[in-house]
Design a protein around this ligand. Structure first.
Ligand code: FMN
Length: 208
C-alpha cells in the first residue's frame, strides 16, 4: 500500500489498494436523512483515502461474502435479479479508476485528470473527485431491452442514494447529475454494451 494519499496524488498506478472501510458508526440514519441535500459548491478540502474507501463501500460495496444467483458477494444496494450490473468509476487527479468491491481496490482505466469531463456543469472541476455510475447491460442478458432500461435506472438510484447518505453523514457535498456528456464518457471509459447513467461530484461542504 502506498503511503501517499491516492485521492490527491498525480501519480497513477494500475491498481490501488483501498484502506479497509469502517462498516459501522457514522451519523444516525434519521439525522443523515435530515441532512441529505444536493450541493453544487465544492470547497477545496481534501477527501482522504479512508473516506474514498468508505464512500465506495457505502455506494456499492460488499456487505456479505456469500454466493447468490451466480454472484459472489452481496452489496450495500439491491439490484434487480441480483444482476449487480452497476459499475462505479472514480475520477481522481491521477486518472479514472474502476472500483472492484470484492478486492477493495480501484483499477486504472485512463490516465490523467479528467474530473471536469465527469459532468457538464462547471462545478465538476472544483470537486475533489467524481463517481460515475455506469450500467453494464451485458450483465442483464436475461432481460429484454425495455427491462434493461427500466431496471438499470432503478438500480443506479439506490447507489446514488447511498452516496448521498454517506456524504450527509460525513459532512461532504455531492449532487446526482444526469446532465453528462455520454458520448465523451463512453469513449473515456471504453464502454461497449453499457451506459453512463449518473455522475456524482464529491468534495468539501461549506457549512451554512
Ligand atoms: C436522476 C437525477 C438527475 C439529476 N440531474 C441533475 C443534474 O444534471 N444537475 C444538477 O445540478 N442536479 C441534478 N439533480 C439534482 C436535483 O436537481 C435535486 O435532487 C433536486 O433539485 C432536489 O434537491 P435536493 O436533492 O437537494 O433535495 C438530479 C437528481 C436526480 C435524482
Amino acid at each position: 500500500m502506498d503511503t501517499y494519499q491516492i485521492t490527491e496524488t498525480k501519480n497513477c498506478a494500475p491498481v490501488f489498494e483501498l484502506p479497509e472501510p469502517r462498516m459501522s458508526g457514522g451519523m444516525p440514519l434519521m439525522d443523515a436523512l435530515q441532512r441529505r441535500r444536493s450541493h453544487r459548491e465544492f470547497l477545496g478540502g481534501r477527501i482522504s483515502d479512508q473516506q474514498l474507501s468508505e464512500l465506495l463501500w457505502a455506494a456499492y460495496g460488499i456487505n456479505k461474502r456469500i454466493e447468490f444467483r451466480g454472484k459472489m458477494g452481496m452489496r450495500t444496494v439491491p439490484t434487480a435479479k441480483n444482476h449487480q450490473e452497476v459499475e462505479v468509476y472514480v475520477f481522481l487527479p491521477s486518472g479514472i479508476y474502476l472500483y472492484d468491491a470484492l478486492e477493495n481496490t480501484i483499477k486504472l482505466v485512463c490516465e490523467g485528470d479528467h474530473r471536469a469531463s465527469a459532468g457538464n456543469q462547471a462545478f465538476f472541476s472544483e470537486a475533489a473527485l467524481s463517481l460515475c455510475l455506469v450500467s453494464d447491460f451485458s450483465k442483464m442478458d436475461t432481460y429484454t431491452e425495455d427491462k434493461k432500461a427500466f431496471y438499470s435506472g432503478i438500480d443506479v438510484g439506490y447507489v446514488s442514494q447511498n452516496i448521498y447518505m454517506y456524504c450527509a453523514s460525513e459532512g461532504l457535498a455531492t449532487v446526482a447529475c444526469g446532465s453528462i456528456d455520454r458520448d465523451l464518457l463512453h469513449k473515456l471509459l471504453m464502454l461497449k454494451d453499457a451506459r453512463a447513467m449518473l455522475s456524482h461530484p464529491v468534495g468539501g461542504l461549506e457549512i451554512s
